[in-house]
Design a protein around this ligand. Structure first.
Ligand code: BDR
Ligand code: CA
Length: 319
């Protein structure tokens, strides 16, 4: 059983990843923490509450950072995730799930301390909440089981970014936080954009979920209509890239991913701010900016057919 805190900026693909976790029998959601990113913190928190109310009732939601550590919040990317951050579906919480009174980083610290060595932080937005938790209580690095991140891009297939030629959205959202999180003494695995773009849910795949996976399948279909239109108009795809759910799949089935080990730095300034760079273990030349930092597991390949099968199995209740 994986005890998970889901740190998220819902977001269409964040929502699809929440449904995946909520329905998988091997995941126990201890909490959902919101962060700015795809939309404002008010919108991502409202969406987190909506998703929890509907798919994971009783799971606490704690509101997180409204802005990065040392810059202003990015504008919502509503042409991708919708004006409501949920694909213009207009879904709203009915107000039954109260908000935890603690800020997200305090919720993370308390929950990790309550379950030493057991908690996975599954982070699919800017990493501000995790950096703030480390700042408040650096010891948690040794108490967390693992951190699984969707973010960054490591150049396989020539993919280095989506919000700029050099940066992926979650890293660009708070490069300082990301560099802190990748440098802490906890086990980190990263599924970057260059790998998540190798898994595509086609229109036919999503339609099958709609028809066979009950309420969850219908929700995934509804929430992804405008997101799919965005993928079609921007990159000519007949479907959607599978970003945040890839981090969930890594947690559940790491054997589907090939990884490369080595410390990771995130550029924090200049035209390539948010760019992620790994020094692979065994790289011969000294690199003082990397050396001495812990190795992270960076995904470089995925068995996308099996990843898609795992998601579908979970939604139809056969995982
Ligand atoms: C990442 O950025 C966000 O827009 C998505 O939710 C995902 O976490 C992809 O670059
Ligand atoms: Ca996200």
């Amino acid at each position: 059983m994986h005890k998970v805190i889901y740190d998220t900026d819902p977001g269409v693909d964040d929502a699809m990843a929440l449904v995946f976790q909520a329905l998988h029998p091997d995941i126990a959601l201890l909490g959902v923490t919101s962060v700015f990113g795809n939309s404002t913190i008010e919108t991502t928190t409202r969406n987190a509450r909506y998703l929890v109310e509907r798919f994971a009732p009783g799971v606490p939601v704690a509101q997180g950072a409204a802005a990065p550590l040392r810059r202003s919040a990015p504008a919502p990317i509503d042409w991708i995730h919708g004006r409501d951050g949920l694909g213009n579906t207009g879904l709203l919480p009915t107000g039954q799930s109260g908000l935890d009174t603690r800020p997200a980083h305090r919720f993370i610290v308390d929950t990790v301390r309550a379950h030493p060595g057991e908690v996975t932080l599954l982070a699919v937005g800017p990493l501000t909440n995790l950096a703030l938790a480390l700042d408040e209580d650096p010891e948690i690095a040794r108490l967390v089981k693992q951190v699984v991140v969707m973010g960054g891009a490591f150049g396989t297939g020539g993919v280095n970014g989506n919000v700029s030629p050099a940066a992926e959205a979650n890293m660009a959202g708070d490069p300082d936080a990301a560099d802190i999180v990748f440098g802490a003494a906890w086990p980190v695995a990263i599924v970057g954009l260059d790998v998540t773009e190798n898994t595509v849910m086609t229109t036919d795949y999503l339609a099958k979920l709609r028809d066979e996976a009950g309420e969850a399948g219908q929700f995934v279909w509804d929430v992804s209509r405008d997101y799919e239109a965005f993928h079609h108009s921007s990159v000519g795809l007949g479907g959607i890239f599978v970003h945040d759910s890839s981090a969930v799949a890594y947690l559940l089935a790491p054997q589907l991913y090939t990884t490369r080990s080595g410390p990771v730095r995130v550029l924090t300034d200049g035209i390539a701010a948010g760019h992620t760079l790994q020094k692979p273990d065994g790289f011969a030349a000294p690199a003082p900016e990397w050396d001495g930092r812990p190795s992270c597991e960076v995904c470089v390949r995925v068995d996308s057919a099996q990843m898609l099968a795992l998601y579908a199995r979970t939604l139809v209740g056969k995982a």
